[in-house]
Design a binder for this molecule. Structure first.
Ligand code: CAO
Length: 553
């Protein structure tokens, strides 16, 4: 079978365009007309199709190479299905013909004339493209349209382009909708008002400056200035932010995204110059499926307190309890409702894991009891929770990711240590915060805790006293229990649950001795923290509680 050179076809006025994407690799079987590479100039990008079918034997270009008409892209072992001269080159040259009219050169302000009244905007000369589909509409009736502002995007199977307005004014009527197939001369829109319309002669040229693929539309007046700028730095894709044009992606990637229903404007591009690649679309899809991220549409539909419908769950069971016995219905309090909605979100959205461990607090408890005796008259009672707060600060400093928060794809490490503690109140669960716990001693922490817990029970906590925590401790030690699985207080990434200490027989290497063991349950966000780090955190916490002198090491 013959080895065939596949060359860059006629790409019009475009000379020395950069290869920004390789869409095939050696060993791939390609069809005639299949896209092989994407090239990009400062104004447009397009995919270069294969003129023949076969197996790719050698790639003659790499990312960043500059190519022009006639450059060899790759060597193909032809399967015999070589596109006929009449069809293949023509098809390959189709985008080229379009590109040839994209030069933003000819219109000057002098070409414009002031007119008023309704102005029809037609589809300009878009080259060889016929019956191209409208895939995006940027404007709506009532919008004030500037000259050359992009109105719609059309897309063929090889390229996409924005169609600019040939006039300025208020949009009265849009004559196309998504999915419509359009051709040169079709009526696009009717504008009204005192408008400056491009003179007819210029219209054909200037408004025939469609911007292919993803770069924003260029106004002729500013085109020359922008050319130099874009030649070195194409606009970086800023996911999530409103853009005038399309996200920075090739037509095939956009088609791929459309097929999956992926909102491309929310995908972060990791390709050259922030370009969105097929891998980026796949990674975004996986993240959404795994629940690690949400599309904006999903976030908008998220349940407030919910019945689970938005999560695709079966409805909450509705039972007529009165059928089974006497009942009394009481509306839940405000705090319970608020904390309930927060707990639900945190339980659903955080991939949480809990590690259980025990700390030997025999000596620490003896110290606590003696400290309380010494300070009897001060009125400040020291409980184990104050020591736990101090020990947690030390562990958070040693393992800073536990003191961080997720912000998109970034972790925010906080260089302050504000510790929240869950307080049981008649109105429900409240979490007052000990600010700057790293700078405070056990006695001060105990005193503040007492005051904050009282305020919580009296419903007198200020918002400032309940915000800013970097880590939370939930202690049920005064009540009982062995272990439990506390729910992380987002946007924190971990929480420590503490239960009642008990004397247990512990093997000291020779014999069992009675030791006071404190059960610890650490829940952590698996997106941020690994199991090994969590085990180390717990182990270190246990060591400190066993001997606080370790904090000094
Ligand atoms: N093991 C054994 N005893 C413990 C202990 C532990 N881990 N922690 C506290 N105790 C003891 C104290 O020493 C105290 O004993 P004495 O009365 O004999 O001195 C007694 O239990 C009561 O302590 P406390 O609960 O008043 O004090 P605290 O500092 O431990 O806790 C506060 C303060 C506000 C956190 C607590 O009162 C509280 O509200 N806890 C509940 C938190 C909660 O609801 N968490 C669940 C959240 S998830 O739904």
């Amino acid at each position: 079978m013959a080895l065939v050179e596949v060359k860059v076809p006629d790409i019009g006025d475009f000379d020395e365009v950069a290869v920004i994407e390789l869409l095939v690799k050696v060993g791939d079987t390609v069809k005639a007309e299949q896209s092989l590479i994407t090239v990009e100039s400062d104004k447009a990008s397009m995919e270069i199709p294969s003129s023949t079918a076969g197996v790719v034997k050698e790639l003659r270009v790499k990312l960043g190479d500059k190519v022009k008409q006639g450059s060899v892209v790759l060597m193909v072992e032809a399967s015999g299905d070589v596109a006929s001269p009449s069809s293949a080159p023509a098809a390959a040259a189709a985008p080229a013909a379009t590109l040839a009219v994209t030069a933003p050169v000819t219109v000057s302000a002098a070409a414009s004339t002031a007119v008023s009244g309704p102005v029809q905007v037609h589809v300009p000369d878009i080259g060889d493209f016929k019956d191209v589909a409208v895939i995006e509409i940027f404007v709506k009736p009532g919008d004030v349209i500037k000259m050359e502002q992009s109105l719609i995007t059309v897309e063929s199977d090889k390229a996409a382009m924005e169609i600019p307005s040939s006039a300025a004014g208020v949009l009265k009527e849009l004559k196309v909708k998504i999915g419509d197939k359009i051709n040169i001369g079709d009526l696009l829109a009717i504008l009204e008002g005192s408008v400056a319309a491009v003179a007819p002669v210029a219209t054909t040229v200037a408004s025939a400056a469609p911007v292919i693929s993803s770069l924003p539309a260029t106004s002729p007046a500013s085109a020359v200035a922008q050319v130099a700028q874009r030649a070195t730095a194409a606009p970086a894709h800023n996911p999530g932010s409103p853009t005038l044009g399309l996200p920075h992606a090739s037509p095939s990637v956009r088609k791929f995204a459309r097929e999956l229903g992926v909102p491309l404007e929310e995908v972060k591009g990791n390709g050259p110059k922030g370009r969105i690649t097929q891998d980026d679309v796949q990674a975004f899809t996986k993240a959404v499926m795994a629940g690690a991220t949400q599309t904006k549409a999903q976030a908008a539909k998220a349940p407030a307190g919910g019945d689970g419908a938005a999560l695709g769950l079966i409805p909450w069971p509705k039972v007529d309890f009165a059928k089974f016995g006497p009942i009394e219905r009481k509306e839940m309090g405000r705090i319970k409702k608020i904390s309930g909605a927060n707990l639900l979100r945190n339980a659903i959205m955080i991939p949480a894991v809990t590690n259980h461990d025990d700390a030997d607090i025999t000596e620490l408890e003896a110290f606590r009891v003696s400290t309380n005796k010494e300070n009897e008259k001060s009125g400040v009672k020291v409980t184990m929770l104050a020591f736990l707060i101090k020990a947690c600060v030390a562990a958070l400093k040693k393992y800073p990711e536990f003191n961080s928060s997720l912000d998109g794809d970034a972790l925010v490490y906080k260089n302050y240590w504000h510790i929240g503690f869950a307080a049981d109140t008649p109105n429900g669960l409240m979490v007052p915060v000990i600010k700057d716990a790293d700078k405070k001693g056990i006695l001060q922490i105990s005193q503040e805790m007492g005051e904050l817990a009282k305020k919580a029970r009296d419903g007198k906590l200020s918002p400032a006293e309940m915000t800013g925590a970097t880590f939370t401790i939930s202690s049920l030690g005064g009540i009982g229990g062995k272990y439990f699985t506390p729910i992380i207080n987002a946007p924190e990434v971990a929480i420590l649950g503490v239960c009642k200490s008990t004397h247990e027989p512990v093997w000291d290497g020779k014999q069992f001795v009675p030791r006071l063991m404190l059960p610890l349950s650490l829940t952590w966000d698996h997106r941020v923290i690994d199991g090994a780090a969590a085990a180390r955190f717990n182990a270190y916490l246990g060591q400190i509680l066993g001997d606080f002198r370790r904090v000094l090491l």
